[in-house]
Structures are given as structure tokens and as C-alpha cells.
Design a protein around this ligand. Structure first.
Ligand code: AFD
Ligand code: MN
Ligand code: MN
Length: 440
């Protein structure tokens, strides 16, 4: 590992430590009062606040490496100051998010966007920053320079077996990279599909997917999972091969027990009941994980909980319910997948991680025995209100206390701004013309 990097890590952590210490000292008395008030309120409902705080403290969500850069739309990208220019700098930003929230101990890499010359060294670097690696993501939705064959008309489902082999080989590379990083899953999202009726033979394309995915599945280490991510449309606007959880579940069941379904919240038609999908996949013992984000219309990749926090709560409600009844095979991974056009990515990712802990804490507050009784008695109004009561509880003091107990920031955004990290990055990381992170 190079010395310059070590020095910058030490300096980085020192400046954050100082910012956490000073803002926490200022916010501490107020938090103490708010926490004790909430303790009294929750005690009246038979809830031990410290148990909730402890559970929240154990919650973690992976940061997508591509999320720390500014995204863009089909029209333009407006880069922000001090954006990370390579995977090392992305890890630094992820470390800041983890240092301030204590809710994001892992990073999910995207290959080849995050290609490195030495992945074992990268793992060491991450460990020095307090990070580990979650699922590795393959990318066969764009061509890389010098690539033999094009993915313009598909990858794992392409009509040309040569293209399919190339896409399979890339996924096998990703598994090898992930093994060096300590990852335990490969996330497979492909853009394959059709823009026009008649363009693609719908059944044959799915069969080609199953055959290609089987070759990838066969290369998975014993303790790995294949996370199959569906997405309704974009960039294929007429038909996408793995467009819904039905296709995803069929693929997982065909491939074998290590294959699981991954739900990206933005990958459904508007108004689809995502918590129902969660419940069904839990039943099938095939829920693999999440890409959390929020959306108004489509794959908007907005911050978690920014549009429909109740939906986020209802998803966590299903997860907590399933855990409390010991649903077999339940161990979903949590990842964020968002893109930032008009906010500082670090602030947005911290906010999203916090919103997940909020939804989780609220779900833990649901009075489940009362809910079961109301459901049995068909007392619809009280059943609905039981959920609403948990959702409308302001659990902010629980979240802040969990962070504080972990040595993180009571108010991560305020602390981040006080640290001057972004301004320091702007000096340290001058942008080269045309630099961009790929976002789909
Ligand atoms: C896509 C999918 C998938 C993919 C990502 C890349 O959500 O997770 O890896 O965006 O940015 O829409
Ligand atoms: Mn996704
Ligand atoms: Mn997406």
C-alpha cells in the first residue's frame, strides 16, 4: 500500500473524528432529553427503547460504489466538486459515510467501472478504511473499449453464441474478483430485451438467458449467491428479458438454491405493491436482497424514503414480520442503488441509510400480537391504525442514539458539512475533462 494513501487516510479520519466530537458534544444534551422522552412514551406501549436502539445499531446497508459520483440523465451530467475519480477515491467517500452513520459497513463494486490492478490490495485498503465488500455487480449493458463483440443487441441472451460466451466470461471474471475482495454474491442485471415487437423471440431469449445463467451459476463458490435483479424496462422499452419478479423467480428456481431474487424498488410499474412481492419471495425462500431507492415514476433512483416513506416502512414490516416468525431461508442483503443529479452524493447516501434505519425501527415498533388479533377479527380500521401508529412514531432519537453509541455522528449531514470534506476533495481531486461514472 502506498504511503501517500496511508497519510491521507489518517488525515481524513482525524478531521472526521474532530467534527464528530465537536458536533456530538453540542447535540448531546438535546438528544439525551429527546431519548428519555421517547423512552417514557414507548414504555407505555410496552416497548423497551434500548432493545430497539440495539437492533438499529446492528443494521447495515451496502453503498453502491457508483453512487458516490454524480449521475446524470439522458440529457446532461453536471459533475459536482471533488468527485471520486477511481475506486480508491470512491472507497474514501464510502468510508466517510460509514464513519458518520455507522450504518454502511460494506461497499458493492461494479466491474469494469471499479477495475483495479490488485484486488487483494484493494481489500486491504478497504479494511484500513473500516469497510468490507458486499455483492459484486457485472456489467454487460455497455461495451468497453477494445471489447471483441458488441452488446448492442444483448449479452447473455444474444442470438450470437459468441456474444453470450463473452458475457458469461465477464461474469466469471467478476466472481474471481469478488473472491479476492471477500464478496459472497454476484448481482446479475442485464439490459437485454427488445425495443420493438417482433425484434426478439420472447421465449427463446428467456431460454438463452437460462442457459447462460446456468454457466455462471456453475462457477459460483459454494457459499456464494447469484442475485437476479429484474427491471421492467429501460433501456429495452418494449420487452426486457428479466422484466419482473415472475421471470426472476422462474430463473432462480431453474438455476438452483444459490440463485435468489433481488428487488430494486424502482424497477416496477407505478403503484405495484412491492411489499407483496417481498412477502411472496419470502414464502418461496428466494428473497436475495434489495437495491433500496425511491421513485415517483420509474427507475428514478432517488434517495430512499424521499417520495414514499410509507412503502419503505411496509417493506421493512414484511421483513421484520418474517424474521419474528423465523421464516426459513431469510437472509436478504441490503444495498442502496441511487443516482444523484442535484445533491451531494455523500449527503444523499447518508440520508438514505438513515431512512432505512428509520423504517426498520418503525417496523420493530409494530404491535404484532395486536395486529394479528385485529386481522383475525377483521377489524380493518384498527389493523391499519396499528401499522400507522408505528409508522408515525418519531424514532429519530433512537437512530441518533444508535449512531452515537457506535461512535458516529448524532447528525451526520451537519457533521459532514462542518468537516469541510467536500471542499478538501475539490482541491485534492481536480476533474479531468470528460470524467464520468456510468449510471444506468
Ligand atoms: C440499473 C440496475 C442495476 C445496475 C445499475 C447500474 O438498477 O442495479 O447495476 O442500474 O447503475 O438500473
Ligand atoms: Mn439496481
Ligand atoms: Mn435501477
Amino acid at each position: 500500500m502506498n504511503d501517500a494513501r496511508d497519510i491521507s487516510t489518517v488525515a481524513l479520519m482525524k478531521s472526521l473524528d474532530a467534527a464528530v466530537a465537536s458536533t456530538n458534544a453540542r447535540l448531546q444534551p438535546e438528544l439525551d432529553r429527546d431519548y428519555e422522552t421517547l423512552r417514557t412514551q414507548l414504555a407505555r406501549r410496552g416497548v423497551d427503547i434500548d432493545r430497539i436502539t440495539q437492533e438499529v445499531g446492528a443494521f447495515g446497508v451496502a453503498i453502491p460504489s457508483w453512487g458516490v459520483g454524480t449521475g446524470g440523465t439522458r440529457f446532461a451530467r453536471f459533475p459536482g466538486p471533488g468527485e471520486p475519480r477511481n475506486v480508491h477515491e470512491k472507497l474514501e467517500d464510502c468510508a466517510v459515510i460509514q464513519r458518520l452513520t455507522a450504518a454502511t459497513p460494506t461497499v458493492s463494486l461494479h466491474i469494469p467501472w471499479d477495475s483495479a490492478s490488485d484486488y487483494r490490495a484493494l481489500k486491504e485498503r478497504a479494511a484500513a478504511l473500516g469497510l468490507q465488500f458486499d455483492a459484486v455487480n457485472s456489467n454487460t449493458f455497455q461495451d468497453r473499449p477494445g471489447q471483441g463483440l458488441s452488446y448492442k443487441y444483448g449479452s447473455l441472451t444474444h442470438t450470437d453464441p459468441g456474444v453470450r460466451s463473452q458475457a458469461i466470461a465477464h461474469n466469471l471474471d467478476c466472481i474471481r474478483i469478488g473472491e479476492q475482495l471477500g464478496s459472497k454474491a454476484l448481482t446479475l442485471w442485464i439490459a437485454d430485451g427488445a425495443n420493438f415487437p417482433g425484434q426478439q423471440h420472447l421465449s427463446s431469449a428467456f431460454e438463452r438467458y437460462l442457459n447462460s445463467a446456468a454457466a455462471i451459476y456453475a462457477a459460483l463458490p459454494a457459499d456464494w449467491r447469484l442475485l437476479i435483479e429484474h427491471k421492467m424496462y429501460e433501456p429495452a422499452f418494449y420487452a426486457t428479458v428479466i422484466q419482473d419478479w415472475g421471470s426472476s423467480l422462474m430463473a432462480a428456481e431453474t438455476l438452483g438454491p444459490k440463485a435468489r431474487c433481488l428487488i430494486d424498488l424502482g424497477h416496477h410499474a407505478p403503484n405495484v405493491n412491492i411489499e407483496m412481492i417481498v412477502a411472496r419471495l419470502i414464502h418461496a425462500q428466494r428473497l436475495g436482497g434489495f437495491h433500496f431507492n425511491d421513485s415517483k415514476y420509474g427507475d428514478d433512483d432517488l434517495d430512499a424514503g424521499s417520495i414514499d416513506p410509507y412503502r419503505l416502512f411496509l417493506i421493512f414490516n414484511e421483513l421484520v414480520d418474517a424474521r419474528f416468525r423465523d421464516a426459513p431461508g431469510l437472509a436478504p442483503t441490503h444495498m442502496l442503488d441511487q443516482s444523484h443529479n442535484v445533491t451531494d452524493p455523500i449527503e444523499s447516501l447518508m440520508s438514505s441509510a438513515i431512512e432505512l434505519t428509520r423504517a426498520y425501527a418503525q417496523a420493530l415498533l409494530v404491535d404484532r400480537s395486536a395486529l394479528a388479533e385485529y386481522q383475525t377479527a377483521n377489524d380493518v380500521l384498527m389493523a391499519a391504525q396499528t401499522l400507522k401508529r408505528a409508522f408515525t412514531t418519531d424514532v429519530s432519537p433512537v437512530l441518533a442514539r444508535a449512531r452515537e453509541r457506535a461512535g458516529a455522528a448524532i447528525d451526520p449531514v451537519m457533521t459532514y458539512r462542518a468537516s469541510g470534506y467536500r471542499a478538501e476533495c475539490a482541491t485534492r481531486r481536480p476533474q479531468s475533462a470528460g470524467a464520468r461514472s456510468g449510471i444506468v
